[in-house]
Ligand binder design. Structure first.
Ligand SMILES: Cc1cc2nc3c(=O)[nH]c(=O)nc-3n(C[C@H](O)[C@H](O)[C@H](O)COP(=O)(O)O)c2cc1C
Length: 257
């Protein structure tokens, strides 16, 4: 971990974030992700070594514990603070919960009270309003957003609009199309055409939620193999949708209010 942090820092990483929240079984079996929460001595040792190895801002992302009877996020938070970690991110579900139930934001408030380093809250923020609500309810210093940003990267802009007291804007169809095409290009550059073609299917479907004809789009895109085919389908889909409406259909995900 220390070597990895050093290498990442030397490569220009702006921050080093340690993920102690992953609940995936394969990861837990290898003692990684949220499994680390069960071994506080190991956490102390690991963080001390990583802290020595890098001068980059060091953050740690945790869940509330490994299971309902071992909710040790406060203890882990204090260990991290003592080790010189710069900020904590809490996703307040325990590892056994996976993504079930609701994130318990009251735990973010409890962690904030227990440590003096910044606490970033995470879990179930789906709208700009919810982001501000988490800050108001918990006193957290920042928010982190996961699933709601899939297909709706405009959410971040919407939060800034809300903070500034400006009206919340929605992307028009051409903005959505442009971002889908750009995302596809980045994926192809990063992964190559074969992997990008497969991996991008679900990402592209996220963007069209709430747009007329999106179920047809989803069916067609699931059969594509290459980014070139996907580009063609995106183009045809948006040509059709623009013909149906006047090109300013609201985008779902709560950003069209
Ligand atoms: C498909 C998927 C992949 C994720 N990968 C990571 C990851 O690599 N590192 C991490 O810290 N969290 C990861 N998370 C967890 C999210 O960062 C976040 O903690 C969780 O989704 C709860 O926040 P949300 O309700 O805003 O989605 C992942 C979540 C999902 C759904």
């Amino acid at each position: 971990m220390a070597q990895a942090a050093e290498i990442a820092g030397n490569m220009g990483a702006a921050i080093i974030d340690i993920n102690m929240g992953c609940p995936v079984k394969k990861i837990l079996r290898s003692g990684s992700g949220a499994a680390l929460l069960a071994d506080q001595n190991k956490i102390a040792l690991l963080l001390a070594e990583v802290r020595k190895a890098t001068d980059r801002p060091l953050t740690v992302k945790i869940r509330s514990g490994i299971d309902a009877v071992h909710l040790n996020f406060v203890e882990v938070g204090k260990i991290a603070e003592d080790a010189g970690v710069d900020a904590l991110i809490l996703h307040p579900r325990h590892a056994r919960q996976g993504f079930g139930g609701l994130a318990d934001w009251s735990l973010i408030k409890a962690l904030k009270k227990a440590v003096s380093i910044p606490v970033i809250g995470n879990g179930d923020i789906t709208t700009a309003e919810a982001a501000l609500q988490m800050v108001a309810e918990t006193g957290c210093d920042g928010v982190m957003i996961g699933r709601a940003a899939l297909g709706n990267p405009w959410l971040f802009k919407n939060i800034k609009e809300l903070i500034a007291g400006r009206p919340i804007t929605s992307p028009d169809l051409s903005a959505i199309k442009d971002v889908m095409l750009a995302h596809l290009n980045w994926a192809e550059e990063a992964w190559g055409p074969k992997t990008a073609g497969l991996k991008m299917r679900s990402f592209l479907c996220n963007y069209v939620k709430g747009i007329p004809g999106s179920s047809g789009f989803r069916k067609t895109i699931q059969q594509t193999g290459t980014p070139a085919e996907a580009r063609d389908i995106i183009q045809k889909y948006f040509d059709q949708v623009s013909d149906i409406g006047d090109g300013d259909e609201p985008h779902e995900n709560g950003i069209d209010s």
